[in-house]
Ligand binder design. Structure first.
Ligand code: SAM
Length: 324
């Protein structure tokens, strides 16, 4: 009996398993990481193709079944099974990751892989179709979003294979796709917290112009707060910022709370003193000036490339404007 909550949908089509293994380009010297091996249909082909397989499986019954399946075969000493939640496991070195994962961990797992070091050659992963299409979406595509931008910052992503639900037992509710993720080398040097904060703001409304987004009151007040905090820290000589960690890849909460019609709101509070009001519009001008410099005002996040986001973030940072 399978656990729906653990996302246990077993691949039952051997031709499909062959095709996944073939497309992953495994070398006979490769150490392969598999996540959620289940009963081992994919594991078996991975063991045939590579040097060794490290398989991380949450369900102890599956671990038992998997171990039994290869006991007494030449494969048993090529396979290492780690029982546990992959999200809580320190991943060992691997050359390539091939996995039919439980879809509920798609986002944090992708994120974990993208942060894994030393970085691997590639990951070939089965995702829910819609998630896969978001991962590979390019500027201007309908599904282009924070997840696409964040993933593509660290990796080149390509769609490999469409997989219908009937290839699984029991069949899931949605269609699937296999995606290839190749970490960029060298890894882009960007402060992850800055990047995350910046991209969250840019995608508050992905079809609005950046000019409009960076006039939103809550956005400006958040940036101004960061600006002042940093100025205070700099003058006290303690400018070191904590750059550890990084938020969720996509779909998480926004760091800025938005009212739908809060933008373009220039009104000042009545009781606000003049000095504060002046400071605020000064800061607003500072932000606008960065956008104007290379005509970003009329551009929309839905159409901006990786390079453009990186460039704009660096211009903001150079002007002392920070997102974390
Ligand atoms: N790889 C097998 C196949 O293709 O037939 C099974 C894939 S099934 C979609 C997902 C597997 O991941 C299940 O065996 C499930 O027990 C396991 N799993 C679920 N959550 C997990 C987690 N957090 N860490 C590791 N494995 C997990």
């Amino acid at each position: 009996s399978f656990h729906k909550s653990k996302g246990q949908h077993i691949l039952k089509n051997p031709m499909l398993v062959d095709s996944i293994v073939q497309k992953s380009g495994i070398k006979s010297t490769d150490i392969i990481l598999e996540i959620g091996p289940g009963t081992g249909n994919l594991t078996k082909k991975l063991l045939e193709a590579g040097k060794s397989v490290i398989a991380v499986e949450l369900d102890s019954r599956m671990v038992l079944e998997l171990t039994r399946r290869f006991q007494g075969t030449p494969f048993s000493n090529k396979l290492k099974v780690i029982q546990g939640d992959v999200l809580k496991t320190d991943l060992p070195y691997f050359d390539i990751c091939v996995a039919n994962i439980p879809y509920q961990i798609s986002s944090p797992l992708t994120f974990k892989l993208l942060n894994h070091q030393p970085s691997f050659r590639c990951a070939v992963i089965m995702y829910q179709r819609e998630f896969a299409m978001r991962l590979v979406a390019q500027p201007g595509d309908n599904l282009y979003c924070r997840l696409s931008v964040n993933t593509q910052l660290y990796a080149r992503v390509s769609h490999l294979l469409k997989v219908g639900k009937n290839n699984f037992r029991p069949p899931p509710k949605v269609d699937s796709s296999v995606v290839r993720i190749e970490p960029r080398k060298p890894r882009p040097q960007v402060n992850p917290k800055e990047w995350d904060g910046f991209i969250r703001i840019c995608f508050i409304r992905k079809n609005k112009t950046l000019g409009a987004i960076f006039r939103i009151k809550n956005v400006l007040s958040l940036l101004e707060k960061n600006y002042k905090t940093l100025q205070a820290l700099n003058t006290s000589g303690a400018a070191e910022m904590d750059i550890s960690g990084l938020g969720e890849l996509g779909g998480g909460e926004q760091s800025v709370e938005m009212d739908a019609d809060d933008d373009d709101d220039d009104e000042m509070e009545m009781e606000e003193d003049k000095e504060a009001a002046n400071g605020r519009s000064e800061f607003k001008e500072k932000v606008a000036a960065v956008l104007k410099e290379k005509d970003f005002c009329d551009k929309r996040s839905s159409k901006l490339s990786q390079e453009e986001f990186l460039y704009l973030l660096s211009r903001f940072n150079m002007a002392g404007i920070h997102f974390s």
